[in-house]
Design a protein around this ligand. Structure first.
Ligand code: M6R
Length: 616
């Protein structure tokens, strides 16, 4: 997890360093720190909290003396080893060597044992590498050699930026398992180099980039006029690397603090663009390929997994293709048998989620066909993909995934329609017409402000919330519960409506609200009966339904409606594909967003979370 950022420059770099770090904050934001090398030696500042706190602390502590710094490394933390404290924040340092780390040294306990007398300053795994490097430098090893030899001791994943006060003009970068990219500056920064765990963080300043591969190192050396950047393999043998031009569609990531709402409202336009891509034949090759398969599998985590689950319902029902969705962290370790005539689609907004990446590696090793559906085209998964299904949703800045989810649904719908075309399915034209209607339906949902506020008021008073859905609405119920948990910190659970009576109904009382996803479809009557079972136990209910559903509910539950224990949040009538979009946006995103706002939560940066989960 954690974001790392480094700059080597002949220009003042502190402001750039902090701006770059801010762009990386989505990777973790419980604490942050910088280390600077300049004429005044090695300087370190760390704070608990967001980048703004670090900026104030830095301004106060350094009193401007570090305006002459020529090398800086910075870190935004998502705690793994050790609590959220200043001592555990990065950079970790012994006063000579300072480093920032994304990843985990799995053998940190063994590493500590090499220095039994040492008084450790933190509980982090990261600190355990430092004495190896400093000791080798005291033994007069060159900086790069000292780092390289010390890394031989380490087991685990890392992207590292390392500086040492005896080598004030050098920055070393090392990679194993976790991504890191070096950027060459452009414009005023043409003599500068940048390094980061995500090249999007360097976007305003770089014109070219070079990705490090596992085991590789990079030495950036500040010269009197020019800086120099050299790459090495794990044995220290120099490597020739090509610099690629770097182009990035930015999303004014720096300043806004409520990306979630902006991103929710972008969805009708984004789906329209996917429909246009579909019309231009972007998915045409997939139909025959999918129709020839015996099985289809979607693998992902969190919201991406739920999008895969919707895909599984769609493909089984309409294409009659055996389809499953699975959580990536389980997939890999249960040693699944992968049938040869199957396709495995790995879904990930970030393309960096380690569980999904490892699942992809497992499938690749077992020689089945794979594809990666991702939003980040420079991500590790995109690079490893045999086939890429881009989401084109634009940068998703809020930690909660919204527009990437609907983009995943849209791409999956395109795959389904292409498959049905090859199969000559009689259902295809109705499904296609319904899919084309999604942007308009979402616009209707998004314009329904007052109803959304009323729904949020109901949830904000609950002690717990249970999202219930049958059929396609079941994965949406799971997504709704996830969204509500992460934005509002309310206890929420997603359940298949029919499963309520098998246990969870024991939870029901007036403090619990059930959000019942009830489109007026062939499962509506059963859903309504299950809801009555809840109400009979004193539970409160918030229905999401359409006008036909509303009519039935008003007739059958008029007393409960009058008493206020049943409320209705009206959404437009939907078809078989649009249902997942409409209920996904309404039940999962809007209701959660509004509830979180009522509770005064930071929706873009919920506590304890990070946007890209790069640890297992
Ligand atoms: O980047 P990915 O799609 O691989 O991320 C997977 C999950 O970590 C992610 O969906 C997470 O559950 C979000 N916070 C949901 O809003």
């Amino acid at each position: 997890m954690c974001g790392i950022f480094g700059v080597v420059s002949d220009l003042p770099l502190v402001d750039v360093l902090l701006k770059g770090l801010k762009r990386l904050e989505y990777r973790g934001y419980d604490s942050a720190g910088v280390a600077l090398e300049g004429a005044h030696g090695l300087f370190l500042e760390r704070t608990v909290g967001r980048i703004e706190s670090l900026r104030s602390a830095l301004e106060e502590a350094s009193r401007g003396i570090f305006q002459d710094a020529s090398i800086g490394i910075a870190h935004s933390r998502w705690a793994t080893h050790g609590a959220v404290t200043e001592a555990n924040a990065h950079p970790q340092s012994d006063g000579e060597t300072a480093l920032v780390h994304n990843g985990i040294f799995e053998n940190h306990t063994e590493l500590r044992a090499f220095f039994p007398q040492k008084k450790w300053e933190s509980e982090t795994d990261t600190e355990t590498l430092i004495p190896f490097i400093s000791e080798k430098i005291r033994q007069r090893r060159a900086f790069l050699t000292a780092v390289r030899e010390s890394l031989d001791m380490v087991r685990g994943g890392y992207a590292l930026l390392i500086i040492n006060k005896n080598f004030p003009q050098q920055l070393i970068v090392a990679k194993n398992g976790n991504p890191v990219t070096v950027g060459r500056g452009k414009g005023a920064f043409s003599k500068s180099f940048f390094v980061s765990s995500d090249c999007a963080a360097m976007a305003p300043w770089i014109g070219e980039k070079a990705d490090l591969e596992d085991g590789e190192l990079c030495l950036i050396q500040k010269g009197p006029t020019e800086s120099k950047c050299s790459f090495f393999d794990s044995r220290g043998v120099p490597l020739a690397k090509d610099w690629e031009p770097f182009v990035f569609a930015d999303n004014d990531c720096d300043e806004t603090d409520d990306f979630a709402l902006k991103e929710i409202h972008e969805q009708p336009g984004l789906i329209k663009e996917r429909i246009a891509a579909f019309d231009q034949g972007a998915f045409a090759n997939w139909g025959a390929r999918l129709a020839a398969k015996d099985a289809l599998n979607f693998v992902g985590c969190g919201t991406s997994f739920y999008a895969g689950l919707v895909g599984a319902y769609w493909f089984e029902k309409w294409a009659r293709l055996s389809t499953h969705a699975e959580i990536a962290s389980e997939f890999r370790y249960r040693c699944p048998v992968l049938p040869p005539k199957s396709l495995y689609v790995f879904l990930s907004q970030s393309g960096e989620t380690l569980d999904t990446l490892k699942a992809l590696e497992y499938a690749t090793k077992h020689a089945v066909e794979t594809a990666v559906m991702t939003n980040v085209l420079h991500s590790t998964m995109a690079k490893k993909a045999k086939d890429l299904l881009p989401l084109h949703a634009g940068p998703e800045m809020s930690v909660i995934s919204t527009k990437a989810f609907t983009a995943q649904l849209a791409v999956t719908a395109c795959l389904l329609l292409e498959t049905l075309a090859v199969q000559g399915s009689a259902h295809r034209s109705a499904l296609e017409a319904d899919f084309r209607n999604v942007p308009a339906l979402l616009r209707t949902v998004l314009s329904n402000g007052d109803a959304m506020n009323a729904a949020a008021e109901v949830l904000a008073t609950a002690s717990a919330v249970i999202f219930l859905g049958r059929g396609l609405c079941y994965p949406i119920a799971l997504e709704g519960a996830l969204k509500l948990k992460e934005t509002s910190y309310l206890f929420a659970e997603g359940y298949p409506t029919g499963e309520m009576k098998h246990g969870p109904i024991a939870l029901m009382d007036a403090s619990v609200v059930s959000v019942v996803l009830a489109p007026f479809d062939d499962l509506f009557e059963k859903t309504l009966s299950n809801t009555q079972e809840i109400m009979a136990r004193g539970g409160r209910v918030l229905f999401l339904t359409d006008t036909q559903g509303q009519e039935k509910i008003q007739k059958q539950l008029c007393e409960a409606m009058a008493a206020g224990t049943v409320k209705i949040f009206l959404v437009p009538p939907t078809g078989e594909l649009s249902k997942a979009f409409v209920y996904g946006v309404a039940a999962a995103q809007i209701v959660s967003y509004k509830t979180a706002k009522l509770k005064g939560r930071n929706v873009d940066r919920p506590r304890n979370l990070a946007k890209a989960v790069t640890v297992e």
